[in-house]
Design a protein. Structure first.
Length: 572
RNA sequence: GGGCCUGUAGCUCAAUGGUUAGAGCAGGGCGCUCAUAACGCCUUGGUUGGGGGUUCGAGUCCCUCCGGGCCUACCA
């Protein structure tokens, strides 16, 4: 039994996430966590809301609420939705927690002690009307290069030229539109990532089994231009972790907070501590997952994220850990994903284009979405959601192949033998062949799951379901029963046991349907079918079962057309 | 501009440089009647984006052109 620490990139607090966000981190992380638990490993699966930063403050202001209150509410909303999608976090924390404040400040203190923090005095734009410093991209103006009048302070989206906010002609606040701006001198802390470049480079080089997507992004940042740059880790905001050197005040940093990307990854650790607190456990309960000197030596740590998060997880956060000089657990494997597009374009939170988590659950159960999203996960390149594809995949895979199999087996048994596992007959060559083929395929499925090859695992699982139908067709108990009821009984007994095995191995993908299958089989035995021969005898002759409700109803053409229309434009 | 990823059947995707490029869906044919008009079997379908090169051998490696996407460090 291994110990596996799994974290999903933490979703930002300012609204409900869309399906692209879900499939890029939380959902595959959940698949892996569920599989690893099913195999008997000790798993710690952590996620949280990422609550700090300018966008959170603006979203709260827009909602007319204090930012603390806004975040608390949105955290509950996201927590509920995660539960709705059956995301099996051991803890869903908050980056605004006291645990995170303390840990973030401790890391900063250690980094300062070890000489990895420098103070830099710089000029930033302050907006009197907004009462805040403005991040570069919150300043708009006319591009000096191409004349585009909505260029942002960091880059002109029209001509792609990199800009400095002071380059803009007629600059204004993107928040209020105010032109009452002032360049002010302000002091910030920088993390000296450049000083750790070689160490990070060697560390990345040692990760030869990581996805290309992960390592190529890291390499680019390490070697591009003058190499890895130092990074500002403080901001002039109110909402965040106050800048402190451990537990001490940081002279000159009064009123400033740490940059959200400095405190967000630390929340992985803090959320584990929050978990221990919620369980009423002591410090050692969470430290054994994170401290190499307190039991984490044998932990395997896997992170899941979309490609936009890769630089922070391959460079900034490891630099924070390495620079602390303390024995914190570094990530062992980073599984990163490309983007999911929506029907010919991008999902858009601002335009309300695409399907969002709450909307998805309002029209269909979680398993439908889980199955489609995971079986089409954007692992090698961006992939695309279309309603036609969704309807076809879900109807065929879930309703026809799996759902109908359960239905035909249970209903046939009920009509010929009653609602108990029938007695009599023996397994013959046909059954032996089935068991052999299934064993091979289950081993392949396990290998794909171990390797986090999500689409391949889904494809193999589907093939395993198909074999059940092939067997029934070949065995034809509905014919055999007329001449040899004992033989038909043995065939049906096998098929019923197959349903229980399918519930066990399908559970990581479709937990609700799996539970319904297990429940219908009157069993609570979720043991993984390491020995399939034995697993197919778990339900003995005479064992009672029930015929379940239809597991997956089909999506009609009318529904598909209506949803296609409803989610094409502006979110209501 | 630079870097990276990607282009394979109508659609979604496979294929350590090594037989005749494979699956699922869709299309066509046959079978079955237990089942959610479900299932099974057979089958049509390819100049692997274009061109050039390396090699005994290229979907795979190199060059070039074309298309799609991402990143480019103060949104997170």
């Amino acid at each position: 039994m291994a110990r596996i620490l799994i974290t999903s990139a933490i979703p930002y607090i300012n609204g409900i996430k869309h399906l692209g966000n879900l499939v890029g981190s939380q959902l595959p992380a959940d698949l892996y966590a569920r599989y690893m638990r099913a195999r008997g490993n000790e798993v710690m699966f952590i996620c949280a809301t990422d609550e700090h930063g300018t966008p959170a403050e603006l979203a709260a202001a827009k909602a007319g609420k204090p930012v603390e209150e806004y975040c608390a509410e949105m955290h509950e909303v996201q927590k509920e939705l995660a539960a709705g999608f059956r995301l099996s976090f051991d803890h869903f924390g908050r980056s605004s927690s006291q645990r995170n404040h303390v840990l973030t400040q401790q890391f900063a203190g250690k980094l300062a002690e070890n000489g990895y923090i420098t103070e830099v005095s710089e000029k930033q734009v302050y907006s009197h009307a907004d009462g805040r410093f403005l991040p570069d991209r919150y300043i708009e103006g006319t591009c000096p290069n191409c004349g585009y009048d909505r260029a942002r302070g960091d880059q002109c989206e029209e001509c792609t030229k990199q800009l400095d906010p002071t380059d803009l002609i007629n600059p204004r606040s993107a928040i209020s539109g105010s032109t009452d701006l002032e360049v002010r001198e302000t002091k910030h802390l920088y993390l000296r990532q450049s000083a750790m470049r070689d160490q990070l480079d060697q560390w990345i080089d040692s990760k030869t089994d990581w996805p290309i997507l992960t390592t190529s992004i890291a390499k680019k940042w390490l070697h591009d231009g003058e190499g890895l740059q130092d990074r500002g880790i403080t901001r002039d905001l109110h909402w965040g972790v106050p800048v402190k050197k451990g537990t001490e005040d940081w002279p000159g940093m009064e009123g400033k907070v740490f940059y959200v990307w400095f405190d967000a990854p630390v929340e992985y650790i803090a959320a584990t501590a929050e978990w221990a607190d919620a369980q009423g456990m002591d410090e050692s309960a969470w430290r054994r997952w994170w401290r190499l000197d307190e039991g984490a030596e044998d932990v395997r740590y896997v992170q899941f994220m979309g490609k936009d998060n890769v630089p922070f997880h391959t460079l900034s956060f490891p630099a924070t850990i390495m620079g602390s000089g303390e024995p914190w657990k570094l990530v062992d494997y980073i599984k990163s994903f490309n983007y999911l597009n929506y029907d010919g374009g991008q999902f858009s939170t601002s335009l309300g284009r695409g399907v969002f988590m709450d909307q998805a659950l309002s029209i269909l159960p979680a398993d439908y979405w889980r199955w489609w999203l995971l079986s089409h996960a954007p692992e090698n390149s961006d992939s695309e959601f279309t309603w036609e594809n969704f309807q076809a995949s879900v109807n065929k895979d879930l309703a026809d192949v799996l759902g109908n199999l359960v239905s035909r087996v249970t209903k046939f048994c009920r009509s010929k033998f009653g609602e108990v596992v029938p007695e009599g007959g023996e397994f013959g060559p046909q059954e032996a062949a089935l068991i052999e083929e299934l064993t091979t395929r289950i081993r392949t499925y396990e290998a794909h799951m171990e390797a986090m090859e999500v689409r391949k695992a889904a494809s193999e699982l589907r093939a395993i379901w198909v074999i059940g139908n092939e067997y029934l067709q070949a065995a034809a108990p509905w014919s055999v029963v007329k001449t040899d009821p004992e033989q038909a009984a043995a065939q049906v007994r096998l098929a019923l046991n197959l349903i229980r095995v399918y519930a066990v191995i399908s559970q990581p993908f479709i937990p609700d349907a799996a539970a319904a299958m297990m429940d219908a089989m009157g069993s609570t035995s979720w043991d993984w079918p390491v020995d399939l021969q034995a697993a197919l005898q778990a339900l003995p002759a005479g064992h009672a079962f029930t015929v379940p409700e239809v597991l997956f109803r089909k999506i009609t053409d009318e529904e598909r057309a209506e949803w296609q229309q409803r989610f094409s434009g502006i979110r209501n």
